[in-house]
Design a protein around this ligand. Structure first.
Ligand code: ADP
Length: 491
């Protein structure tokens, strides 16, 4: 690794999601906002990501620059050659390469319901062709920074791929775990199909209970592993929180770091948010009341002074829906309202729709992905509910804090690192620990009591959250330090 001291460090972020172009969850937001923050720290960061269906149209419609690299991205798979076009663009000052092959990336949903040797192909192509990008773009990164299981084949290829392993000395790799629950499991013998040597399938490499585990491969092969909060970094190194990889991660402990996610505070800004019916700030909250009114009317409710809880996000076990659903009957007997926006597991979507039919005066549920409505919910709510079973970092609670919507969360992972219980010193929300509907309900009771009986304290709590700094200013330098340290170590 010579020469990086005399010039800018170069880092290529490889990611299946990239906001605002493609998004399933928080990963997109992070890859959309971390590289610009690192560029302002003097790191030459770029992004390599698929042109999923509609992405290039969006790029053109919004007037971003777009040029085609003369060289195609190629990969041999089952005796066929896949050939993709690489488009270069620029977003927020960050050069972006979009990998385009409609037969692979022609979906908007990004992740397949079932991972198979066929449905993994878009992710393999993204990961392996990233290693050829230096030649095609004539820009050679020092570090490949990969995000989640979909880009795990990149580090695995540098360790075990017949063709790419010879390049392993040339590059360092950082692998960020945004969610350990998704690991990318494939039949073990399918690893050979895309060029991995047999030793990739050993128990001390990618073998995992008779499967091939992409994420495990990346953990073992990467120069450094990060995850998105300090508490989650500790939790995943245990048997209980390690999703089967606790032992591996604890053995790799010295190369695991937790770095808290930041937020794109220009985009998530109630004082300048074009998607809100009214804007507001810590100093002038009048606009928030208008957003609240609008949210009530969207739900078909008469506005009143009882608390409104909102929930925006994936309707998944992880997010605590197995607590929320059994709690709804009791919630319906109070004077509270609860507004849901999200998509996810069919059982939860159905359960929420049923609850909304049964108790229309207290439960409202919108199933779908809706960016403007999400903004309205963050702004219009009194409390933001996030009773997660586990939470790597969580961006939603940070957005809620910034929008003056007091978070009610289960203290786990990144939620424990960002939401401190009121009335403790530094408290900015309401928290509970035990994963039961009763504990959730008692936290909601506490919230409701605060809202109706202690208005001054409630307002103070809102303002405290709105005044906190959730930008990348604290965390981007930590990534930069990590890059410097792995380049210096040369391992
Ligand atoms: P995840 O585990 O899904 O990544 P995060 O809290 O880290 O959870 O980030 C979720 C991001 O996705 C937030 O920006 C949130 O507002 C957004 N989001 C999730 N579901 C929806 C939806 N149905 N409509 C609009 N935005 C959504």
């Amino acid at each position: 690794m010579n020469g990086h001291n005399s010039r800018q460090m170069r880092v290529l972020h490889v990611s299946p999601e990239f906001a605002p172009f493609s998004k399933v969850g928080g990963l997109a937001d992070v890859v959309g906002s971390l590289p610009p923050a690192l560029r302002s720290q003097g790191v030459d960061c770029r992004v390599y990501t698929p042109a999923w269906k509609g992405v290039l149209d969006y790029v053109r419609d919004k007037g971003y620059p777009l040029t085609r690299l003369s060289r195609k991205a190629e990969m041999v798979f089952r005796w066929n050659i896949l050939r993709g076009t690489v488009w270069k663009s620029c977003s927020e000052g960050v050069p972006v390469y979009f990998l385009d092959l409609p037969s692979l990336f022609g979906t908007e949903t990004i992740y397949p319901r079932n991972l198979t040797p066929d449905t993994v192909l878009p992710f393999l192509f993204l990961s392996l062709s990233a290693l050829d990008l230096p030649e095609a773009s004539r820009w050679r990164p020092d570090i490949f920074h990969c995000h989640d299981w979909g880009t795990a084949p990149l580090s695995a290829a540098l360790a075990w791929h017949h063709h790419y392993r010879y390049q392993s000395e040339r590059y360092r790799t950082v692998f960020t775990i945004h969610n350990l629950a998704h690991q990318g499991l494939l039949p073990l013998d399918s690893l050979r199909e895309w060029g991995l040597a047999d030793d990739a399938g050993r128990i001390d490499s990618m073998e995992f209970f008779s499967y091939g585990n992409l994420l495990k491969g990346a953990l073992l092969a990467s120069s450094a592993i990060t995850t998105v909060s300090p508490t989650y970094a500790r939790e995943i190194q245990t048997r209980g929180g390690g999703e089967g990889l606790g032992g591996v991660l604890s053995a790799l402990g010295p190369k695991v770091t937790g770095i808290l996610n930041g937020l794109d505070v220009n985009y998530w800004n109630p004082a300048a948010d074009p998607l809100l019916p009214a804007r507001y700030s810590r100093e002038d909250m009048a606009g928030k009341a208008l957003c609240r009114k609008e949210l009530f009317s969207r739900a078909g409710w008469e506005e009143d002074n009882h608390p409104l809880f909102v929930s925006v996000g994936r309707m998944a076990e992880q997010k605590g829906f197995s607590l929320l659903l059994p709690a709804l009957e009791e919630i319906s007997q109070k004077n509270w309202r609860i507004f849901f926006l999200g998509t996810g597991e069919p059982e939860y979507e159905k359960g929420l729709e049923e609850a909304a039919r049964r108790w229309p005066g207290s439960v409202h549920s919108v199933i779908g992905y809706d960016e403007p409505l999400a903004h309205l919910a963050y702004a219009g709510g009194d409390f933001f509910l996030m009773p997660s079973r586990f939470e790597p970092c969580g961006l939603s609670q940070l957005i809620a804090l910034r929008y003056g919507t007091v978070p009610v969360v289960r203290s786990t992972g990144g939620l424990a690192d960002t939401v401190r219980p009121f009335p403790e010193e530094g408290g900015n929300g309401i928290t509970f620990s035990v994963y039961t509907p009763e504990a959730l309900l008692s936290a909601m009771d506490e919230a409701a009591g605060l809202f109706t009986e202690q208005k001054a304290e409630y307002t103070e709590l809102q303002k405290k959250g709105m005044g906190q700094d959730f930008s990348w200013d604290a965390s981007a330098p930590l990534y930069k330090e990590l890059y410097v340290s792995i380049l210096r170590k040369g391992n």
